[in-house]
Design a protein around this ligand. Structure first.
Ligand code: 8GP
Length: 719
């Protein structure tokens, strides 16, 4: 969710008054940052949901978000000697003034590991212009017996509190480490509590209106499954209806018409498959129903004369495939960008598409322009208003009216706004990271989760190529440029953490070199989150969206950067394709192989040959094991987690990875070329570049989450 104070004041139309009043009292409005932390999250999937809540309430779509009220969010990130270290993120340590505890609506969730009480905390979602208030309902797990009094009286304090700890541990951490069975079981408990409490809640509200006639349930309730984490809601609803006397077939029909499923990734490792034994240890009744669903599916395939295959099955051996269960037991499956939805049909769910073509849809993601323009870039808003008037806060398509207004004077004014945002960001970075950036530099930004497929690694290679190019006089005309990174790596993802370390070491080398001073800077901000994004995005000239084609489902940071007038330096992947369609290819910097090209290349891809043939690549890659940087300690030589292993994973491959699994070396030459062009255009031809930026702003109407929500409402939820 990010911080709520500024957003809520903004949506109520009170932010400017609040700022003025604070200023009159001699207080900096930024002091509020010291008493409210960003409410927890991880990446684009969660932030998309936050944008949807904002859009739904503003567009008058009745929508409630359900989630878990984690005590600690994703860890707080700091860098020590360039390495990521993690600390608990106690987001509510100064209290949680936004939530209202609804003890009277608590429900009991029964599990084999012990029953718990799920207590809802409601966070208001403030609609723009104060028309509506929506709800984010977060469940907190508590013990049914706070303390065992006789045990306490016997002075057995730990035993007396055991049940309390067991219950509260379920929502202690977002994304707990699940490399071992205990962690996996905790994840199952989290998922089961979320779905059981939420389904009980929906049923109770429905029954208040209709008693025990469930036939209207799918007419009145639509539930969207946000990836696979909540897919157990399907068997849970069937189970709860069963307890109320509804037979399996009828309950299945109700569930299927109620639920729809959104897929957010094609990464195989993220498509959840649960071991039935593990599920049995937490929620055995759910396993029974999953088996009934599987039986129903097999009967249906038999009737259709279709085979049950690994990529068209629900239970395979002892494992249940949650994404495939979702496709089968819902009425709609959608991807989150045109290209991604096509890949679902052609590849990930091809065998399902063959049987149920009508179920597959696309809903291109969006972002709320309230937070991602109105709130974070009032300077740009004022400029836009001065040319085309307001109203884009609730109708982003209006920005199109800017197109005929783009002239030299608008370009100059845009450059002035961008400079102001760069000054603000530079001040913040100096304060928090101790790195001094000049607002006269071109700002090149890559902010997103740290993942191999997102290729921060390729960006790092380009930094080295540029640095050596500057030192050796090959890039004489390159304007001064700052490279800004923000990303967290999952605590157990060693290779991702090694990439962070490598970039931090590159930053140290570059920033302390007098020869390149004033020409190139590199900074990796610590603890990237919504509040950082609100400062970094408005200051960016170049938006790095550099995943290999076919891997990034959509991206939403790309849309935020576009809306704030950055050009996309990107591949034809995810929503980049649609961004380019809207703004015009001449206004972006597109490079790299297409999905088709990569598919054709796969069989005989030879990254070693590229390495041997390309001196710039060799030089940059060799810094990983030639002593340029101190090797990461605490690992066996060459083991995963070391710099050296980053290189071997590219050249030789590693575990299930084929060599250079994400085609870094393949795309690198075209990437570097496009990147140097973008930096040169931005720095040396600022007015022509500002035109491109303004074309991006003016063309971003499609990417409002208001549009996305209206499509879900009309085409899936029927509300
Ligand atoms: C993310 C995608 O990576 C990103 O491209 C997209 O914009 C965003 O979802 C919103 O649709 N996906 C995930 O974070 C994700 O799939 N996480 C898996 C654990 C479910």
């Amino acid at each position: 969710m990010g911080r709520l104070i500024y957003n809520n004041l903004y949506c109520m139309g009170l932010l400017e008054d609040a700022k003025r009043l604070l200023a009159e009292k001699g207080a900096d409005p930024a002091i509020l940052e010291d008493i409210e932390d960003d409410a927890f999250g991880n990446g684009g999937l969660g932030r998309l949901a936050a944008c949807f809540l904002d859009s739904a309430v503003t567009c008058n779509v009745p929508l409630t978000g359900y989630g878990l009220r984690f005590k600690y969010g994703l860890f707080k990130q700091t860098f020590v000697g360039g390495r990521q270290t993690e600390e608990p993120d106690d987001w509510s340590r100064w209290g949680d003034p936004w939530s209202i505890r609804r003890a009277e609506e608590a429900v009991v969730v029964r599990m084999k590991t012990g029953d718990v009480l799920a207590v809802p905390y409601d966070m208001p979602v403030v609609g723009y212009g104060m028309k509506n208030i929506g709800t984010l309902r977060l469940w907190q797990t508590e013990s049914l017996h706070e303390v065992d009094f006789p045990l306490f009286n016997d002075q057995k304090y730990a035993q007396a509190a055991a049940d309390k700890n067991r219950a509260e541990d379920i929502v202690k951490f977002l994304y707990p480490n699940d490399t071992m069975r205990a962690g996996k079981q905790l994840r199952v408990k989290q998922q089961y509590v979320l779905v059981s409490a939420s389904m009980q809640d929906l049923l109770r509200k429905y029954e208040q209106r209709h008693g025990s006639d469930y036939s209207l349930f799918p007419e009145e309730v639509a539930a969207q499954l946000n990836d696979t984490h909540p897919v157990m809601a399907i068997p849970e609803l069937i189970r709860l209806l069963g307890l109320r006397g509804v037979d399996f077939e009828t309950a299945f029909g109700i569930a299927q018409r109620t639920f729809a499923y959104t897929n957010h990734t094609v990464m195989q490792e993220a498509l959840e498959k649960w071991d039935l034994g593990l599920l049995n240890s937490v929620c055995p009744d759910i396993v029974v129903i999953m088996k009934q669903i599987d039986r129903r599916f097999r009967d249906e395939m038999k009737a259709l004369g279709k085979e049950v295959l690994p990529d068209r099955c629900i239970i395979e051996g002892r494992r249940v495939h949650m994404a495939q269960l979702a496709v089968y037991a819902t009425h709609a499956t959608n991807g989150v960008a045109e290209l991604h939805s096509q890949i679902l049909k052609d590849d990930v769910f091809a065998k399902w598409y063959e049987i149920y073509p009508d179920r597959f849809q696309n809903k291109t993601n969006g972002i709320t322009q309230r937070r991602w323009l109105g709130l974070c870039n009032p300077e740009l808003c004022r400029l836009i208003e001065s040319r085309i008037g307001g109203g884009f806060e609730t109708d982003l398509e209006r920005l199109k009216r800017l197109i005929p207004e783009i002239d030299d004077s608008l370009c100059r004014d845009f450059i002035a706004v961008k400079r102001m945002k760069k000054e603000q960001l530079a001040a913040e970075i100096e304060k928090r990271e101790g790195v001094v950036l000049s607002p006269d530099m071109v700002f090149d930004v890559q902010v997103k989760r740290l993942h191999e497929y997102k290729r921060q690694f390729m960006n790092a290679l380009s930094l080295l190529a540029i640095y050596f190019g500057l030192k050796e006089g090959r890039l004489k005309d390159l304007p001064p440029v700052a490279f800004i990174f923000g990303a967290k790596a999952a605590p157990g993802y060693r290779r991702a953490k090694a990439v962070i370390y490598w970039i931090n070491k590159i930053a140290e080398m570059v920033n302390s070199d007098p020869e390149t001073a004033g020409r190139m800077k590199v900074v990796f901000v610590q603890n990237y989150n919504c509040s950082w994004a609100e400062k970094i995005i408005p200051a960016a000239d170049i938006s790095e969206q550099i995943s290999p084609a076919g891997t990034e489902a959509s991206g939403t940071g790309n849309m935020k950067l576009m809306l704030n007038g950055a050009v996309t330096l990107g591949t034809f992947d995810g929503a980049n394709v649609e961004i380019t369609e809207e703004a015009g290819r001449e206004n972006e910097y597109i490079f790299g192989a297409t999905v088709e090209e990569l598919n054709a290349l796969k069989a005989d891809y030879d990254p070693k040959a590229i390495y041997e043939a390309n001196p710039a690549i060799r030089r940059a890659l060799d810094t990983l094991d030639d002593g340029t940087f101190p090797e990461l300690e605490g690992f066996a030589p060459g083991a995963e987690g070391t710099l050296a292993e980053l290189k071997t994973s590219i050249l030789e491959g590693a575990s299930w990875h084929t060599p250079d699994h994400y085609f870094v070396l393949q795309d690198f030459p075209s990437y570097l070329k496009a990147k140097l062009q973008a930096i040169t255009d931005a720095g040396n031809h600022p007015e022509a570049f500002a035109r491109k930026c303004l074309m991006n702003v003016a063309s971003s109407g499609k990417f409002s989450s208001d549009r996305t929500i209206r499509q879900y409402a009309k085409e899936i939820w029927n509300v």
